[in-house]
Design a protein around this ligand. Structure first.
Ligand code: GTP
Ligand code: MG
Length: 383
């Protein structure tokens, strides 16, 4: 995928243990001082740690090999070698670690409960110095152990964006315009289809304590699930969002069928997407005749799904946008509460097979982003 850091293949190496030492005590007036070679230090571990202000795998993609330090060798006078420093690899919330060859999942930070770090490879143990080999029959052992070797593995890291709300719509519906209106993201906006070719994330500040992350993905067209247009691979980025925002272009001829077509494409990708709570925004009501069309769409959807909120809006003039923002915030917080409840229920029935994979842990890993933090990365602003 062009320019969007959601995959990285890396090599990781834990540190070698330090070698044990062969040494003997030599002091004036102390003949046969005996062995005093110290042990080697332990090699450093490879540890993955979630860093909440990271939003992409860019920092990892640019560095291919991560090595922990080797343990120091043991020395005379029973001195131990120093332990090698661990290598801590920071990853954004929602990262999955797989074996690069077998694709087997090694660890998934989006479902692991509460754990913010994971020790993947242990460093090699340090070798024993000759002090350990002294026995009644061998008072002066010249034997020490070499340090254990560290391990090398190749891994594939994958990131599904952990957004709260995902934008779904035909190309040109105004999704990127909405992201720009609500959030700090500045994706490209243009009057032709497929302007957006990589997903963008934006942060909508709700109050000092919370924010909502919105994901703008490339437009979907009829047949996307069969590969038409840019296909449906981008939908994977919204499989973990709490809710969906559908955008319908009411200045377009297909305004009345757009919603059903989008629902079909989503359903073809995964049933899970259509189970998410959603709201529908009928955009471009500033265009002549579009407001009436928006009301038409509203009536049609309400007749079929009375619970779905449908709001006519114009991103350009701002009409209806306050209401839309309010409804999006409602939807996310409602889902958050539901997730927390189902998370608690899942805790109660531990190891239940039905445990909601979007349970409390998903919301726990929602990033709280500090605007002042220069380290915050947004995929859309990455290029
Ligand atoms: N009249 C009118 N035009 C709008 C409105 N919102 C967006 N547009 C225009 O619609 C066009 C498409 O907007 P984008 O935000 O790029 O649409 P998109 O859904 O992100 O499109 P893709 O990235 O191609 O999927 C741009 O020319 C916008 O200026 C609106 O409320 N009213
Ligand atoms: Mg766009």
């Amino acid at each position: 995928m062009i320019g969007f850091a959601d995959e990285a293949t890396i090599e990781v190496r834990s540190g070698n243990g330090g070698n044990g030492c062969v040494a003997f005590r030599r002091e004036k007036y102390i003949p046969h001082g005996g062995p005093n070679g110290g042990d080697g230090g332990k090699g450093g571990d490879i540890i993955f740690a979630v860093k909440r202000n990271l939003r992409t795998l860019a920092n990892i993609r640019h560095k291919h090999c991560f090595k922990a330090r080797n343990g120091g060798d043991g020395q005379g006078w029973n001195r131990y070698g120093a332990d090698g420093e661990d290598c801590v690899i920071p990853v954004p919330p929602g990262t999955t670690i797989r074996d690069a060859e077998t694709e087997e999942i090694i660890y998934d930070f989006s479902t692991a409960k509460g754990d913010e770090s994971f020790t993947f490879l242990k460093g090699g143990n340090g070798g024993w110095g000759n002090v350990h080999f002294k026995s009644s029959t061998n008072q002066a052992p010249k034997q020490a152990n070499p340090g254990q070797k560290g391990e090398t593995r190749f891994l594939k890291l994958e990131l599904s964006i952990m957004a709260d709300a995902g934008l779904v719509g035909f190309p040109n519906a105004g999704k990127s315009s909405l992201l720009t209106y609500f959030t700090n993201a500045r994706p490209k906006i243009a009057p032709y289809p497929f302007t957006t070719i990589i997903p963008n994330l934006g942060v909508l500040r709700v109050d000092d304590e919370s924010d909502i992350i919105i994901a703008d993905i490339p437009g979907i067209i009829e047949g996307a699930s069969e590969g038409l247009g840019l296909g449906d691979t981008f939908l994977k980025h919204i499989t973990r969002t709490a809710c969906l925002i559908f955008m319908i272009d009411c200045s377009d001829e297909n305004y009345l069928t757009a919603y059903d077509t989008l629902c079909n494409e989503l359903r073809n990708y995964s049933d899970n997407l259509m189970e998410k709570p959603r709201i529908v925004l009928c955009n471009k009501i500033d265009v002549e005749g579009a407001f009436d069309r928006a009301v038409e769409v509203q009536n049609k959807i309400r007749a079929a799904e009375p619970d779905t909120v449908v709001i006519p809006v114009s991103v350009h003039t701002g009409r209806g946008m306050k209401d839309a923002q309010h409804q999006i915030m409602e939807l996310v917080s409602k889902q958050e509460k539901r997730d927390m409840a189902s998370g608690a229920a899942a805790d109660a029935v531990e190891n239940s097979e039905n445990a909601n994979q979007f349970g409390s842990s998903f919301m726990d890993s929602r990033a709280y982003i500090d605007d002042d933090d220069d380290n915050v990365q947004y995929p859309g602003s990455e290029q």
